[in-house]
Design a protein around this ligand. Structure first.
Ligand SMILES: [Zn+2]
Ligand SMILES: [Zn+2]
Length: 169
């Protein structure tokens, strides 16, 4: 991809180091825009968010993830969005050091909501049923314990819009 090559060329010149070109693929899922696989020198982009946001997505996400790889190569394991990464973004790649993405994740967000009952079974309700519960139009019962299902807010918090956090595994 041309954008990736342009930023890489810039980094090579500024840092006077011949970094190899990372592998670029479209395997990122969920609400995360992209991720950097440090060990395999790989950048993953979210194909849905890329299609929906086009040029802006490339401009934001590609330098962000490339900076993670370059920081790892130069400094080893440091804080994901710490001083080194911020320096790489602003001073080397010449872009603002923005940590989180601003793209609409409606289409990639999980469309089910987790409910619990007294026997602690997790029940996944569709957004349609969930809205009925919120409006007080319906209640749903667990088939096993016959208790009313209650929305588990803690599960909802986990699936909130993603950061561009790199994969540290
Ligand atoms: Zn139950
Ligand atoms: Zn990041």
């Amino acid at each position: 991809m041309q954008t990736l090559r342009d930023y890489l060329t810039r980094a090579r010149l500024v840092l006077k180091t011949d970094y190899p070109e990372p592998e670029l693929n479209y395997r990122q899922r969920g609400t995360t825009a992209g991720s950097a696989r440090l060990q395999t020198w790989e950048i993953r982009l979210n194909p849905v968010l890329l299609t929906e946001n086009g040029h802006e997505f490339i401009q934001d996400v590609v330098p962000h993830e490339l900076a993670h790889l370059l920081v790892y190569r130069r400094f080893g394991r440091v804080a994901p969005h710490g001083r080194e990464w911020q320096w790489m973004m602003t001073d080397v790649l010449g872009v603002p050091a923005v940590r989180t993405h601003r793209f609409d994740v409606t289409s990639v967000r999980s469309r089910t909501f987790t409910y619990r009952c007294q026997c602690k079974t997790a029940h996944e309700l569709t957004i349609r049923r969930h809205n009925k519960v919120l409006r007080g139009e319906s209640q749903y019962l667990c088939r096993q314990c016959k208790s009313t299902l209650v929305w588990d807010n803690s599960a909802a918090a986990i699936s909130s819009p993603g950061d561009l956090i790199p994969d540290q595994s």
